[in-house]
Design a protein around this ligand. Structure first.
Ligand SMILES: Nc1ncnc2c1ncn2[C@@H]1O[C@H](COP(=O)(O)OP(=O)(O)OP(=O)(O)O)[C@@H](O)[C@H]1O
Length: 246
């Protein structure tokens, strides 16, 4: 069924100890969507992603990814984490970092090093993000934009159906940010994407829908995102905004 949700979050609440971070969240994402998740600092965005990835369990409510509990569906998701960094002298090259994205897919990593098939897949994923020339470079010596492309390749190498990105362009300049979003728009032709960002105005050019999270979530539709909308979103709790492309 084309419209059955790829990700379904139903009445999910989550607390760290006594602190309630998410309260009765409902969110349904269907195949082919590109959803931007925005909201103020500490609004619970990363926590929601971790729940969808199966890294945390909700105290109440239910999450399904392609109809399955998140942990069972983990291999269908490619994940680009927030703010990764590597020491300059970290002794591993780009190609091997990308190949690590195949751990658990029957690759030979447990024997200590990636196999030929893993390296071929890594090179293909690097080509897809236009970073084939970086394959033999040490991971610690990349620019912010190069590193993001490599981490995107690492997320793609396991052939996911869903891409989840946590502020992928937080530390890079506008021109590189545009390039990465152009790439995401291309990938969105075959992958469903959920992306956390602080920059609602920027992402609204690219995404099909914006969900705003500030502990709770409520949905409402509008055809444009203007400054009033943005103020409203960040002032209140969670809202969902439809954005139509011309
Ligand atoms: N492991 C943890 N233990 C306790 N509290 C946590 C933990 N992780 C996050 N929190 C708290 O939960 C709240 C939500 O954090 P979360 O990282 O989900 O927000 P966020 O919307 O992603 O924030 P930001 O935009 O600043 O990255 C914050 O108050 C944070 O301090």
């Amino acid at each position: 069924m084309p419209d059955s949700p790829v990700i379904r979050v139903e009445s999910v609440s989550f607390s760290y100890g006594e602190t309630l971070v998410l309260e009765r969240i409902d969110l349904s994402i269907v195949a082919g969507e590109f959803v931007g998740l925005v909201g103020p600092n500490a609004g619970g965005k990363s926590t929601l992603l971790k729940l969808i990835l199966g890294l945390l369990e909700p105290q109440s409510g239910r999450i399904r990814v392609l109809g399955r509990p998140p942990r069972e569906a983990a291999r269908t998701i490619g994940y680009v984490p927030q703010f990764p960094s590597f020491p300059r002298d970290f002794p591993i090259c780009v190609e091997d970092v990308v190949a690590m994205g195949r751990i658990g897919l029957g690759s030979r990593w447990p024997l200590g090093w990636s196999g030929r098939a893993d390296r071929a897949a890594a090179r293909q994923a690097l080509a897809e993000v236009e970073a084939a020339d970086l394959a033999r470079r040490p991971i610690g010596q990349l620019s912010g934009g190069q590193l993001q492309r490599v981490l995107l390749a690492r997320a793609l190498v396991g052939e996911p159906r869903i891409l989840i990105l946590d502020e992928p362009t937080a530390n890079i300049d506008q021109r590189v940010e545009n390039d990465i979003f152009d790439l995401l728009a291309e990938l969105n032709q075959r992958l469903t994407i959920l992306l956390v960002s602080h920059d609602i105005a920027f992402i609204s050019e690219y995404v099909s829908r914006v969900a705003c999270l500030n502990r709770t979530l409520a949905c409402h539709g509008t055809s444009t995102i203007d400054s009033d909308t943005i103020q409203h979103l960040y002032g209140g709790h969670i809202r969902q905004v439809e954005h139509q492309h011309g």
